[in-house]
Design a protein around this ligand. Structure first.
Ligand SMILES: Cc1cc2nc3c(=O)[nH]c(=O)nc-3n(C[C@H](O)[C@H](O)[C@H](O)COP(=O)(O)OP(=O)(O)OC[C@H]3O[C@@H](n4cnc5c(N)ncnc54)[C@H](O)[C@@H]3O)c2cc1C
Length: 255
């Protein structure tokens, strides 16, 4: 299926950051700025999208049946009540390996390289990220950068934008002069956006949410992980039942 069609064919529960933030409380995650020569992309609002690409079908049932193998307790298999009872019990007891039988894949667009660098530190998660060795900004894709909210409304915002665009101009000059993209990219800011696809099993997703959705996590990874958590709570409500999202504080805590 072509990418454009797949995007329209959204799985229930998924949505773009823009939609969610606008609907929830009007907060803006970040400002992704476009190239000067492309005015329609100038100064547009947040446009970070978190798309659930795929998920293990009947994930919670798969987990229950896998888990029942340990105890050969299929006589107790009586979904949906037995599924909820068993999954909650194994999570509380720390028998988390059974959650590894279910997997989810997300495509995340519009986050900065600051965000992706933090995300890819999770070793049990599998990433495929847009390569700055092969992708040419201004040709393969627009150069975009994220301005953090703490900077956006200050006197530093204009300079932040100016220097980011200057770095991009210089990048383009170097590439045009024959400098390889993989070396010209050294001048690009951490704020540069990057597309990434990640796959992780439910155990790893729970771990990521537990440490990235809390107050001490950096705002950008927190916001994006919160969106993944919102989706997972819809898709697998039992496995993620103990994560409570505080939409006002924009955090989630494990109860
Ligand atoms: C608030 C915060 C601040 C941070 N600050 C810094 C920082 O200043 N500098 C920095 O470098 N990083 C920092 N990090 C990143 C952190 O050090 C880890 O790289 C990141 O959390 C991913 O590793 P992990 O162990 O949490 O989980 P994952 O890599 O996702 O692994 C999941 C779990 O699998 C197990 N596991 C995975 N690999 C191993 C292994 N080799 N041996 C044993 N068990 C394993 C562990 O139980 C682990 O918790 C920070 C993270 C957070 C949340």
């Amino acid at each position: 299926m072509p990418e454009s069609k797949r995007r329209n064919n959204k799985i229930k529960g998924q949505g773009s950051r823009k939609d969610v933030l606008a609907a929830d409380n009007g907060l803006v995650l970040s400002e992704v700025e476009g190239r000067r020569t492309c005015p329609e992309r100038k100064r547009r609002a947040a446009d970070v999208s978190v798309e659930l690409m795929s998920i293990t079908p009947n994930a919670e049932d798969v987990i229950e049946r896998a888990c029942r193998t340990c105890y050969l307790s299929f006589h107790r298999y009586n979904p949906p009540s037995s599924t909820e009872e068993l999954i909650k019990k194994v999570i509380q007891k720390g028998h988390h390996s059974v959650l590894e039988h279910a997997l989810a894949t997300f495509r995340i667009k519009g986050g900065s390289r600051v965000f992706t660098h933090e995300l890819v530190r999770h070793r049990l998660m599998s990433p495929s990220q847009e390569s700055q060795r092969y992708v040419e900004y201004g040709k393969t894709k627009q150069f975009e950068f994220v301005t953090p909210p703490t900077i956006r409304k200050t006197k530093f915002a204009d300079k932040f934008k100016e220097l980011s665009l200057q770095a991009f101009d210089f990048y383009q000059q170097m590439v045009k002069a024959g400098i390889p993209k993989e070396d010209a990219r050294y001048i690009l800011p951490n704020a540069t956006t990057s597309e990434i696809v990640i796959s992780a099993n439910f155990r790893e997703l729970r771990h990521i949410f537990a440490i990235r959705c809390v107050e001490r996590a950096h705002w950008e990874i927190r916001e994006i992980c919160l969106e993944m958590l919102r989706i997972m709570k819809k898709q697998a409500p039992i496995v993620f039942w103990d994560f409570e999202i505080d939409e006002k504080k924009r955090i989630a805590i494990k109860t």
